[in-house]
Design a protein around this ligand. Structure first.
Ligand SMILES: Cc1ncc(COP(=O)(O)O)c(C=O)c1O
Length: 406
């Protein structure tokens, strides 16, 4: 008798999680490229710059010195010390070494935190538009994401009233991300204040802040982080950060966080049974990033600002589109409301932002990500982490595509 294997069934914990729209669009864009088309992809979630040389050299030196073994579970003492100094100098936060954790990217930090804290039915409040990994991680960890739309009129920021209304006895966490992927919106001290006042009244709710884009803020915007603004919340705030975006180190996979000792210990338990420790070589590189010269970070930020100004100006000049000026990160999140309901030259109707993104890709070879992929429509995200020449070509094509709609 033929022995046929039973069909594959994924675990229920991942059954509701699909391949992200971003990956689907990248897949379509790559397929068009393979056909020889000149596709401009504006989807990258990483700086187009290279990791600075002194960081690479530190990693090479670490390999030569034999730093190629398992390290302490949640970070080498040297790297934790550098992170401690960084939090103190940049953010006015004072953490002991055992209140700091280092993981394989900030994504693993978030994953560890959710796995370490969520029980079935626990709710996590996530303002949208948001980085989709937040809700997927919450679901994998058995929690329930509670998505709260944040209007453009409010700067894509969560309001105190919306936060208050979303809190229930089951709320475990609120996740805030400033500057935001995908909107580029950031919270000033004044923006944070009313939200922190709500949290002061709801003592069972913890706050996870994702400061990943801290170093990419523009003009006179002053970056602040909630644990520093409201020290009495310190016992229930996890402050997450990393080297991926600031130092163009996405592939090295180092993220870190500071927070209450008991939480950090629980997160270490999760890490101990998944990755054991972050890569030893990458930790040496991250140490060099945090302790080495910082000038290049500001130089690159200035480049990003020039590109932001260009893209926002170009998009706002296109009838049917409008784009809020982001305070940070390297994304624009523009409204395509004026294109919805219009008809493309091939007769198809643009009914959603996903249709709009598909139209830009198929008709004009420009890949952007629809806002619906980040939980807020009708918008589209452009990553301007690409050369000015590419951005100019892309914006010209978007203008032509919009002009061709009837
Ligand atoms: C808002 C936000 N947080 C965290 C991350 C994850 O960064 P890491 O490379 O450290 O895992 C990203 C990456 O795109 C991000 O956009």
């Amino acid at each position: 008798m033929q022995d046929t294997a039973a069909p594959f069934h994924p675990a229920t914990r991942i059954s509701s999680i699909g391949v992200s729209t971003i990956l689907q669009i990248t897949g379509m864009a790559n397929a068009l490229k393979r056909q020889g088309r000149d596709v401009i992809v504006l989807g990258a979630g990483e700086p187009d710059f290279d990791t600075p040389d002194h960081i690479k050299e530190a990693a090479i030196a670490a390999i030569r010195a034999g730093e190629t073994k398992y390290t302490a579970l949640d970070g080498t003492p040297q790297l934790k010390q550098a992170i401690r100094d960084k939090f103190r100098t940049d953010n006015g936060l004072d953490f002991a070494l055992d209140e700091i954790t280092v993981s394989t990217g900030a994504k693993q930090v978030l994953y560890n935190a959710m796995m370490a804290t969520l029980n079935p039915g626990d709710e996590v409040i996530i303002p949208t538009p948001y980085w989709v990994s937040y809700s997927d991680i919450v679901e994998i960890a058995g929690g329930t994401p509670v998505l709260i739309p944040c209007a453009e009129a409010d700067g894509f920021r969560l309001t105190a009233a919306a936060l208050e209304a979303a809190i229930t006895p089951k709320t475990r966490w609120v996740m805030l991300n400033s500057p935001s992927n995908p909107s580029g919106a950031a919270y000033s001290a004044a923006d944070y204040r009313p939200l922190l006042d709500v949290l002061l009244r709801h003592r069972h709710v913890w706050l996870m802040v994702d400061d990943m884009y801290e170093k990419i803020v523009y003009g006179d915007f002053a970056f602040v982080t909630p644990a520093a603004l409201e020290p009495t919340l310190r016992d229930r705030v996890l402050t997450v950060n990393g080297v991926s975006k600031a130092y163009a180190m996405t592939g090295w996979r180092i993220g870190y966080a500071g927070g209450p000792r008991a939480l950090i210990q629980a997160m270490a338990v999760v890490q101990s049974q998944s990755t054991s420790c972050p890569s030893s070589v990458s930790q040496a590189a991250a140490l060099a990033a945090l302790t080495g010269p910082q000038g290049i970070v500001a130089e690159r930020c200035a480049d990003f600002q020039t590109r932001r100004d260009y893209v926002v100006g170009a998009l706002n000049a296109i009838p049917g589109l409008s784009c809020r000026m982001p305070e940070g990160a390297f994304y624009t999140f523009a409204s395509c409301a004026g294109a919805i309901g219009k008809t493309a030259p091939d007769g198809s109707v643009i009914a959603t932002d996903a249709d709009f993104a598909r139209y830009l890709l198929t008709a004009r070879d420009v890949a952007v990500v629809p806002g619906s992929a980040f939980g807020l429509a009708p918008y589209f995200r452009i990553s301007y982490a690409t050369s000015m020449a590419e951005l100019q070509r892309a914006c010209t094509r978007i203008a032509e595509a919009c002009a061709a709609l009837r």
